[in-house]
Design a binder for this molecule. Structure first.
Ligand SMILES: Nc1nc2c(c(=O)[nH]1)N[C@H]1C(S)=C(S)[C@@H](COP(=O)(O)O)O[C@H]1N2
Ligand SMILES: [Mo]
Length: 323
């Protein structure tokens, strides 16, 4: 994410071009090295470091799904080393380092609000009654990086249905763990903690919306939001909230972290849309991670390519106003 009040080590919006990203990353790596955070390395060398490894905890009984059968996944080390997870630092290389010792189990999730079965559920009770699926999805961040990720998870709808939503449930609100002792980035007030996100009920129930617990057949690495995070592939990455501890069904549109931080820049809907620029940069192109700095700029697809599945959710809405 970009914020208005960024650190010097973070790119300016005007610098989102391959060359300046390259130069800026060198500057970041130099300053991070100077601060002792990580040793001095060349650009993208993080992708080859031990911190970028998968967990090695293979998930049993994962069924294949038709989603993304024609897509080629991005090399896993990119997916695990270039992250946005402000609870573990604001630099993209920070989470792989600063989340290394985070212990995501045991984990429990509060389900409350407009549901017939509110309560505090163990991770295992929420997830394991359902069949885990692999879904290969395009994933697109608002700063124009894109990748293809083989997520493992269950449809969010499976969880919600089991919780028996009432007829008043119009939206689903999500909350990330708030524990500065375990999430060092929360000792700084760069965001209003805890990170919160939300979906309209029909978006949450759409079959594409995944509660992910794994990547590449293995349990989620901490930097990707262990032990469970949302994946909403037709929206910008910030909707895909990580390390979820609360799911609340609510009547009205809930507040969301990036909308609170920059309401003119980040809306509630945040559908990937090449026609709607971020106020400080265009969203018409994206850079495919792992394809090199000076190549791999491709056209952004509306709804990130998932229009067939989701465009009808927004029929009659002005997506320039409801950004
Ligand atoms: N709790 C929490 N969730 C978060 C974020 C965050 O800072 N905190 N960053 C978001 C943003 S901006 C993006 S692009 C994605 C990145 O997911 P990835 O690191 O698995 O690629 O996580 C999203 N979920
Ligand atoms: Mo993002």
């Amino acid at each position: 994410m970009q914020i208005r009040y960024r650190k010097d080590s973070e790119p300016k919006s005007s610098q989102i071009t391959p060359k300046s990203v390259f130069l800026d990353r060198r500057k970041f790596l130099k300053s991070a090295a100077a601060s002792g955070l990580i040793p001095a390395l060349g650009p993208f060398a993080m992708a080859n470091r031990a911190n970028a490894a998968l967990t090695g905890k293979v998930l049993p009984n994962v069924s294949k799904s038709p989603y993304g059968a024609t897509l080629t996944p991005t090399k896993s080390s990119y997916v695990t080393s270039y992250n946005n997870f402000y609870e573990f630092g604001t630099g993209k290389e920070d989470p792989a380092v600063l989340a290394r010792d985070f212990e995501p189990k045991p984990w429990s999730v509060v389900v409350d609000g407009e549901v017939g079965k509110p309560g505090t559920y163990n991770f295992e009770d929420l997830i394991s009654p359902h069949q885990l699926q692999e879904r290969i999805y395009r994933f697109r961040c608002v700063e124009a990086w894109a990748m293809v990720v083989p997520w493992v998870g269950i449809p969010l709808a499976d969880i919600i249905k089991r919780m028996e939503p009432t007829s008043k449930a119009g939206y689903v609100a999500f909350e990330t763990l708030n524990d500065p002792n375990r999430m060092p980035g929360q000792t700084r007030s760069v965001l209003d903690w805890p990170y919160v996100e939300g979906l309209r009920m029909d978006e949450a129930m759409n079959p594409l919306t995944l509660m992910a617990v794994g990547l590449y057949g293995e349990e989620l690495p901490n930097q990707n939001g262990a032990p469970m995070r949302l994946v909403v592939p037709w929206k910008y990455g910030f909707k895909s909230i990580k390390s979820i501890v609360r799911i609340s069904l609510v009547e009205k549109m809930p507040p969301t972290t990036w909308n609170k931080t920059g309401p003119g820049e980040y809306g509630f809907y945040a559908n990937v849309n090449p026609e709607v620029s971020h106020p400080r940069w265009s969203q018409a192109k994206e850079r495919v991670l792992g394809s090199g700095y000076f190549s791999g700029k491709v056209d952004t697809l509306k709804f990130n390519g998932y229009g067939e599945e989701v465009a009808s959710l927004y029929a009659g809405m002005d997506l320039a106003k409801n950004y």
